[in-house]
Design a binder for this molecule. Sequence first.
Ligand SMILES: [Zn+2]
Length: 455
Amino acid sequence: MLVTYKKIKFIKYLYSHFPSRLRFGASTYYSFRRMIQRSQYLSENELKAYQLRQLKKNVQHAWANIPGYRKHWEENNFSPDKLKSLDDLKSIPFMTKEILRDKLEKFSYKKLKGLHKITTGGSTGIPFGFYQQRKNGLIELAFMHELWSQFYPKINLKTKATILRGKRMEGPIGYDPLNGLILSSFDLIPQNISQYIQAIEKYKTPILRAYPSSLYVFSTLIENLGLSIKHNFDSIMLGSEILYDFQNNQIQRIFKAPIVNWYGHGEKAVLAGYCRHNTKLHAFPQYGITEIAGQDGKEVQAGETGEIVGTSFWNYATPFIRYKTKDFARKGTENCSECNRHYQLIDEIQGREHEFIVDKNKKLIVLTGVSIVCGTFTEINQFRFYQDAVGTFIFRYVKTPEIKKVNTAFIQKSLFEKIGGNFDIIFQEVNEIERTASGKMMYLEQKLDIKKLLN
Ligand SMILES: [Zn+2]
């Protein structure tokens, strides 16, 4: 076992010294990066024409080769000949996670090279799998690197990062010759922090990648222990979760580097991130089509909130066509006046579906607004909301070491100012708040069926 591990490590080490253009999938990666670079400043009409071409390709493929899609569309009175302009996208019926989960094989085309199955769904509570090709990982990386290159222009397949994530390793710290320094987010405890800092100072990678919640905990611990980091990262890449203001402020205090945050998901239908000028999320039009739909299924106006609906361009194995993501967002303008890209902007992700709490009147309250006030709770290190009954929730917290008794009356008062007083709050002091299986920390464990309450 050990021999195999060492062997893999040695191969990785050799591989890390190859020129990046000789890497597996490098041609896919570089051709996508060039495509994005060449198309990013196209006019609105040019981008729409491009999107229509890609959409037609996907729809025709699904119609011809994927019986599930064909049946779903026939039953809902859609056929590919109806697709004459991009607006005709609206005549395609929505696709849901539940339909794909229950009939995955009927919605997949498996005669493609390098096929493998991906599983996702930790954030939505719907365990769910789908197929994609190996090259989809390289395509994803090309888009991600184009996004990050605005903050670190030299980025390529050989760029090393410090990665704070929920990877269970032999110990809390590992070094991967291909990717860089790996710090386990499962082991963020005061005893490990100075060791983490030493490793960062040793490897001095240009970028830092983390989940916002993990980096928030890390920077809080650094501050509480009176430590600091000398190494300046060129940029901090924070994804997979919403980045809250209180986290952003805390992280900036410790790491004085520009932060880039993005919205994406395993299904790869929508990818949107910051530009150099502002913190709005710019949805890549070359990646897929982003729609934001109201409860009536119609596109909302800028400034309004709806569900993100995505159509992926690059997955021909399990295509996602008008796929309802269960993520909610406030729609922005159709282009960015600061960077001049004609990309659909998303002003704010409004909390994934599980980030609602329910009061005694069965009113759903988005937790995003609440989390900002949680930044003022200086007597606690970590917290999590837990709800399994309407109108009541448990507020679990880990207190900071120097505090004897936490002023829960203050917390309750602050929370009520944000969420209204129609709740019973049970305070529960704990020694540790466990990570979820993926190593992310969710601020809310919601056991109620929110979907039922939405209708
Ligand atoms: Zn911009």
